[in-house]
Design a protein around this ligand. Sequence first.
Ligand code: THU
Length: 141
Amino acid sequence: MRVLREEERALLRACMEARQKSYSPYSHFQVGAALLTKGGKIYVGCNIENAAYTPTNCAERTAFFSAVSAGEREFAAIAVCGSPEGEVVQYASPCGVCRQVMMEFCDPQEFRIILVKSEEEYEIYTLGELLPEGFGPGNLA
Ligand code: THU
């Protein structure tokens, strides 16, 4: 198993706190994300659902869009905590759309995705592991 880096430690609590902000009256599935920039800043996000369903935004994309709209472009890692309402009982892995958004800004070999159940229970992957042979900006060059 990969080792959590010192600068990633704060992401665990931040994503669990962000999960408390989840607006998920339809699925009752609460997700929080905490995104670490290469400069050491953290941007958080939660899933935001909608009565029309399709406008729903995942926690990971909320965090990315918040960071990018604040002027950030370079990212080191994201922590994600997702589970049905209440206590966290499972790991939630980013959906395909969110993986594609990560691919737009992140190096698949370097960017780390940390799935979080608690401050002691987490799994660390790279974007390349979760989105092998992904299509990104480099393909258009
Ligand atoms: N969701 C996320 O926020 N992130 C994921 O990676 C998976 C799914 C949200 C979308 C929706 O609000 C709820 O979880 C159930 O799919």
